[in-house]
Design a binder for this molecule. Structure first.
Ligand SMILES: [Zn+2]
Length: 411
């Protein structure tokens, strides 16, 4: 390689490339990464850098570790209001059904989200996206589902995109109008699904605001037949699908998702052997959400051993939402995925890097090698397993997002 030039050179770090076939974590000790524009141009041992390389700026990483930027592939982070009061009341003995009857639960979030203008919704959601980025997230998926009418669903998606542009984080938006039945359609779930298919999916598609379409298939969500209708509408508009499946019961939703070539099926505590076979055959990613499992004090784990055995790729995400997973800590989710679900720390990190990217249909990130997008995270840790081992701290020093440095302290 003659007369190489890097706009940015990262040194003084070990690198967990997460490259396939490169050993545990794809480790390169005393590594270096050369960046040109928004892409990685070179990854290797520092001692192997091209001799005549010229560099515009060198960034020292204090002997820490560089990983691919984290990808949080399942969030509901754009919403208004909060539900801490309900949490407090439930701990004082109130039943969830009573709270729901009084207009609490998801209905409270829908009301607050509808009432908020775009600026107010962005102001409330911005700290959540920023918090994810502070722990190393460079790509985040954001779902709608608290608007539950055309204008408010699109408002949520627009705010998600705007926040991504403002913060320099890649945002992938997912239309989740089939999240719950809005009050205007109480007792008429089929009529609501008609509206989702006839009005909201087309409107989101025409506006170019949705990268995928999702639904909540469960006893308190929508039936398999209703979910199929949403998927047909998505397919008619050329949009890939994802599914909240088998969280509280087995509706055979993951198999339905697999039948539609879904990018992912998410939650999966009640996933059956049939669902696992279908996902393995279709290459659908299993997105594990330990935050919701923890918050709901579930006891039935997703079938991690069977997923691993069948080669179903497993991702891990925050599920950031005000009801069942009010967290903005992806690193805590790595810990929970290992401690609660028994993933290995390497599987958990893969689940929040290249596997999560796959769950979003993104092939240009999640591993560190030449040609990939220059999305990286830098951590003050001694070994990669530390990311999952610790909980409650944040060792992230900063990130590069499309080659642009965002660090806590000047360097
Ligand atoms: Zn969710």
């Amino acid at each position: 390689m003659n007369s190489a030039h890097f706009d940015l050179l990262l040194v003084d770090a070990h690198v967990a490339t997460m490259r396939a076939g490169a050993g545990a974590y794809g480790v390169i000790r005393d590594g270096a990464i050369g960046i040109v524009g928004d892409a990685i141009a070179w990854v290797g041992r520092r001692g192997d850098l091209p001799r005549d390389v010229t560099v515009t700026k060198t960034l020292a990483c204090d002997g820490g570790w560089i990983t691919p930027g984290l990808v949080d592939c399942h969030t509901h982070l754009v919403y208004a209001g909060n539900r801490a009061g309900e949490y407090e009341r439930r701990l004082e003995g109130a039943a969830y059904a009573d709270i729901a009857r009084e207009g609490g639960g998801i209905a409270a979030t829908v009301r607050a989200t509808r009432e908020a203008g775009e600026a107010a919704l962005a102001a409330q959601s911005r700290p959540r996206m920023a918090a994810l980025a502070t722990e190393g997230v460079t790509t985040v998926e954001v779902k709608s589902g608290y608007g539950l009418d055309t204008a408010n669903e699109l408002k949520q998606l627009r705010v998600a995109r705007a926040l991504g542009a403002e913060l320099g984080v890649t945002v992938r938006t997912t239309l989740l109008a089939a999240h719950a039945v809005p009050p205007e359609f109480a007792g008429r779930a089929d009529a609501w699904i008609d509206a989702v298919c006839a009005d909201i999916v087309p409107a989101a598609s025409v506006a170019g605001l949705a990268d995928a379409v999702d639904a909540f298939c469960d006893t308190i969500g929508f039936t398999r037949d209703q979910t199929r209708r949403v998927f047909d509408a998505a397919r008619a508009h050329g949009l890939p699908v994802k599914l909240h499946a088998e969280q509280l019961s087995d509706q055979d939703g993951a198999a339905l998702a697999a039948e539609y070539g879904a990018l992912s099926a998410d939650h999966l505590e009640w996933l059956s052997p049939r669902g696992i076979d279908a996902m393995a055959a279709s290459g659908t990613v299993a997105v594990l959400l330990p935050g919701a499992y923890y918050a709901l004090r579930e006891t039935r784990r997703p079938p991690v051993e069977a997923l691993r055995e069948r080669g179903v790729p497993m991702a891990v995400a925050t599920d950031c939402n005000p009801g069942t997973s009010p967290t903005t800590s992806p690193l805590l989710m790595l810990n929970m995925a290992c401690t609660l679900f028994r993933l290995t720390p390497q599987e958990a990190l893969a689940g929040m890097t290249h596997v999560a990217a796959r769950a979003l249909g993104l092939a240009d990130r999640g591993r560190l090698r030449a040609g990939m997008r220059a999305d990286v995270a830098v951590y003050a840790i001694d070994e990669p397993a530390e990311l999952a081992w610790r909980f409650g701290g944040n060792p992230c020093l900063g990130t590069l997002r499309a080659g642009v440095p965002h660090f806590r302290s000047a360097r």
